[in-house]
Design a protein around this ligand. Structure first.
Ligand code: ZN
Length: 176
């Protein structure tokens, strides 16, 4: 069944909101996470932050090839000195790809779907997804890393998204 959650596109002010801390993890939060996972697969993404469907809570889901994971109240405790560049896309920016330099390895703390505090390290793609999604929860977007050349290249697409994001009935697929 397709998701009922509406993907918010660049231009939607909710994408710039700083998400609120989740006070307790209960049934409602678990249901929301299930919906977010379904929506992430429906939209064909590697990650989805709650703010991308208009919910201002510190929750994101991801799947970097090893099955879905859910993250609540994430904190990045340490960034590796080693940084690598990856060309990143974003469900809220269809057809746009920006080269972003981020830490290769991060140490993180978050809560899982049962409210348990987890501390661990991520490297490679999962570390990139984690940093991308934490950015979302802080109102930060891939366009904030864009160079002048990127902005020039995607000027038309960005303008189109700004208009599209205002349509109340709009529902986007990742590759449309
Ligand atoms: Zn994104």
């Amino acid at each position: 069944m397709p998701t009922k959650l509406k993907l918010r596109l660049y231009g939607d002010p909710v994408l710039r909101k700083v998400a609120k801390t989740v006070k307790s993890v209960g049934l409602a939060e678990r249901l929301l996470m299930k919906e977010l996972i379904a929506a992430m697969y429906d939209f064909d993404g590697a990650g989805l932050a709650a703010t991308q469907v208009g919910i201002e809570e510190q929750i994101f889901v991801g799947d970097s090839g090893e099955g879905p994971f859910v993250v609540i109240n994430p904190q990045i405790l340490r960034y590796s000195f080693k940084r690598t560049i990856l060309e990143e896309g974003c469900l809220s920016f269809p057809e746009i790809r920006i080269r972003i330099e981020r830490a290769e390895t991060i140490s993180v703390r978050f809560q899982n779907e049962f409210g348990q505090v987890i501390e661990r390290e991520y490297s490679g793609l999962p570390a990139k997804v984690f940093q991308h999604e934490v950015d979302h929860l802080n109102g930060r977007l891939i366009i904030d890393y864009a160079t002048k050349t990127d902005l020039e290249k995607y000027k038309g697409q960005l303008a189109k998204l700004e208009v599209l994001s205002l349509k109340p009935s709009h529902r986007s697929k990742a590759h449309v």
